[in-house]
Design a protein. Structure first.
Length: 145
């Protein structure tokens, strides 16, 4: 298993992963919303300069995109979910940070539980303006020794 920076030629595959998982995990939001935002996601959440990390064996399993201390995206291919790939990506980005924040839709109970199990705490309940959906600001902090 390897964790590395994304390659330019992988961005289309990662964009499609983002779209497929978003459509499945966020079925409470119109599919049109995700389809309309596909290209902006490729430019906003998947820039090579913003610490995009790839997890690969023989093929890409998933990715995490960090913007400073903000976890802007974490996606694992559906056939690879539940195998610890997401946890390994979270552990990797925790190594060189003291704090990580993210937002997750309240209705995405599986993701909320995943982040909670990985040490994130619910900080603030908010409304995502573009969708009108309730979301949580979650935060992880490195333990002080």
């Amino acid at each position: 298993m390897e964790i590395r920076e994304a390659k330019e030629e992988e961005l289309d595959e990662l964009t499609n992963l983002w779209l497929d998982v978003s459509l499945e995990s966020h079925s409470f939001i119109s599919a049109d919303y995700w389809l309309e935002n596909k290209e902006s996601i490729r430019g906003l959440y998947l820039p090579l300069s913003e610490n995009l990390i790839i997890l690969a064996d023989d093929k890409v399993k998933g990715f995490v995109s960090m913007m400073g201390n903000y976890l802007s995206a974490l996606f694992v291919f559906p056939d690879s979910q539940g195998r610890g790939y997401g946890k390994k990506l979270i552990e990797y980005v925790k190594c060189d940070r003291k704090i990580i924040q993210l937002k997750v839709y309240e209705k995405n109970e599986r993701a909320c539980q995943f982040y909670k199990q990985n040490g994130f705490k619910f900080k603030e309940r908010m409304i995502d303006e573009p969708t009108g959906e309730k979301e949580w600001l979650m935060q992880w902090e490195k333990e002080k020794k």
